[in-house]
Design a protein around this ligand. Sequence first.
Ligand code: DQA
Length: 143
Amino acid sequence: MNFLIINGPNLNLLGVREKSIYGELSFETYFEELKKIYGKINLEYYQSNVEGELINEIHRVGFDYDGIILNAGAYTHTSVALGDAIAAVNTPVIEVHISNVHKREPFRSKTMIGKDCLGTIAGFGLNSYRLGIEALLSHLDKR
Ligand code: DQA
């Protein structure tokens, strides 16, 4: 089973950035924990601050991999192109957010990608990614 976690803009600064919202841990550290929990899954990680690179990555894996866990950061709220990329591929995509976007500024409640994703998980800190993996696993079991 091949899963890819994709992080969008500013998520390279987890552990440094707005710690009261996003926590103290870097994604690299959390990713090592995830790989230990899901030893049997080939779990990969990609991060970019560039919209087109995120789209290229979705295209690269979107016909072969079993699942994508995507935190598109602020592009969630603005990017028609990312939504189109998700709609274009076959691999199921779970939208995740570390923070509860519905409890924050109103513009964060709007998602341009949610309608093309299997589902959305938000508000559980870095555990949102683990819950995203669980959601994919339960979805794939049902097929
Ligand atoms: C985020 C929420 C977005 O609104 C924000 O722009 C981010 C991170 C989250 O994980 O909570 O960069 O996607």
